[in-house]
Design a protein around this ligand. Structure first.
Ligand SMILES: NC(=O)C1=CN([C@@H]2O[C@H](COP(=O)(O)OP(=O)(O)OC[C@H]3O[C@@H](n4cnc5c(N)ncnc54)[C@H](OP(=O)(O)O)[C@@H]3O)[C@@H](O)[C@H]2O)C=CC1
Ligand SMILES: O=CCCC(=O)O
Length: 347
């Protein structure tokens, strides 16, 4: 069911109205902006397992069950979707199988048994091998099927995967996400999609289960570019925040007060408020692994290089992430980049 309503100011009113129409269906209900026209309209989407439980429900595959993929697949299962999973490390499939997912031995077998297959892999290399390698998803693709790659990769990788999928007659959509572990758990991700519009239309109900909004950006490569631009800014912001916390502390300021002051002013950001308190305690519980942030800085710098755009701030930030990696912080949250600034230089 989709309830359409115009105007951003009345979202909670319309949300209450929709819930009163459908009291049995509130579990996956949330007001969602129609992101292609963010300035003019909102839609409210109610996904119900009943609506998908028709004669031939769409069979969904999910490849890659890491920090992000696991809760995303879990939300699809909990919404009543028919989901088949695969992960390189099979043990990560088990909690989802317990929730009702099916399991196949290879990405190709998942794709062969599903109508649409989602993938959420670490980086360009793993996205390529899972899509196009031996027993990869492409080996199970054929006309009528679709492949949706949610991994954060660069445009050239996404275009290569698109080409291989298209050769099978299937459709392709790149759909990287903004939002981290908690938004993935809460179904509040922001999808940045590009590619086959008909596949975008087909999978929109599923994107709405996993996310709060979705953007359709046209040709393959635009979704990857949008994601890299956003993460490049985020990565630079984090290093600047880390510098400020350490400088403030060194001149005698209480870093918890710095976090509070920032939260009330013009540079307030959810990221600072969420990560700041644990950073001042030198704790970095992983939501977004530092190794992935450094990968995104590297890919964003490659994108900048491809169009001769100067990005000196991002280049400097990237060096700090590389230093943090060399200190064994790859699997910590990316906020651990602050540790790279604590390293004492030799005399
Ligand atoms: N965490 C976050 O906050 C966000 C992450 N992203 C992006 O989403 C993607 C996934 O992130 P996240 O879930 O955090 O990452 P994780 O490191 O938790 O998971 C990575 C996944 O990729 C799989 N993988 C890695 N290498 C290979 C390989 N060679 N062959 C097959 N599978 C492989 C892993 O399998 P295995 O379990 O066997 O290791 C795992 O399923 C990344 O591109 C990341 O940049 C995007 C938004 C937010
Ligand atoms: O790619 C990771 C993004 C993390 C976030 O948007 O909070």
């Amino acid at each position: 069911m989709v309830i359409l309503a115009r105007g951003a100011n009345y979202s909670h009113h319309y949300a209450a109205m929709a819930t009163s129409f459908c009291p049995a269906l509130p579990q996956h209900f949330k007001p969602t902006p129609i992101s292609r026209f963010p300035q003019v309209s909102f839609s409210f989407k109610v996904f119900s397992s009943q609506t998908s439980a028709d004669e031939n429900p769409t069979r969904l595959g999910f490849l890659g069950l890491g920090i992000m993929g696991s809760p995303m697949a879990q939300n699809l299962i909990k919404a009543g979707c028919d989901v088949t999973v695969w992960n390189r490390t099979k043990s990560k499939c088990e909690p989802l199988i317990d929730l009702g997912a099916k399991y196949k031995q290879t990405p190709g077998e998942v794709a062969a048994s599903c109508d649409v297959t989602f993938s959420m892999l670490a980086d360009p290399e793993s996205a390529m091998v899972v899509a196009c390698g031996e027993h990869g998803a492409a080996s199970g693709m054929s006309p009528g099927k679709g492949y949706v790659d949610i991994s954060t990769v660069d445009g050239p990788t996404s275009k290569l995967i698109n080409g291989q999928i298209k050769e099978t007659g299937a459709l392709f959509l790149e759909a990287p996400v903004s939002g981290s572990k908690k938004p993935a758990e809460d179904g509040q991700l922001i999808f940045l999609t590009a590619g086959d519009k008909s596949l975008y239309d087909k999978v929109s109900p599923y994107l709405d289960i996993m996310g709060k909004s979705r953007f359709y950006l046209g040709d393959v490569g635009n979704g990857a570019a949008m994601k890299l631009v956003v993460n490049m800014i985020m990565g630079s912001m984090m290093t600047s925040f880390a510098e400020g916390l350490l400088l403030g502390e060194k001149v005698g300021l209480d870093p918890t007060v710095i976090v509070e002051v920032i939260s009330q002013g013009a540079i307030s950001a959810p990221m600072f408020s969420m990560k700041g308190p644990s950073m001042v305690q030198s704790k970095y519980p992983t939501a977004f692994p530092l190794k992935h942030q450094q990968k995104d800085m590297r890919l964003a710098l490659g994108l900048a290089e491809s169009v001769s755009q100067p990005t000196p701030i991002a280049a400097a930030a990237n060096e700090l992430y590389k230093v943090a990696k060399s200190h064994g912080l790859s699997d910590h949250d990316f906020s651990a980049v602050i540790e790279a600034l604590k390293v004492k230089l030799k005399d």
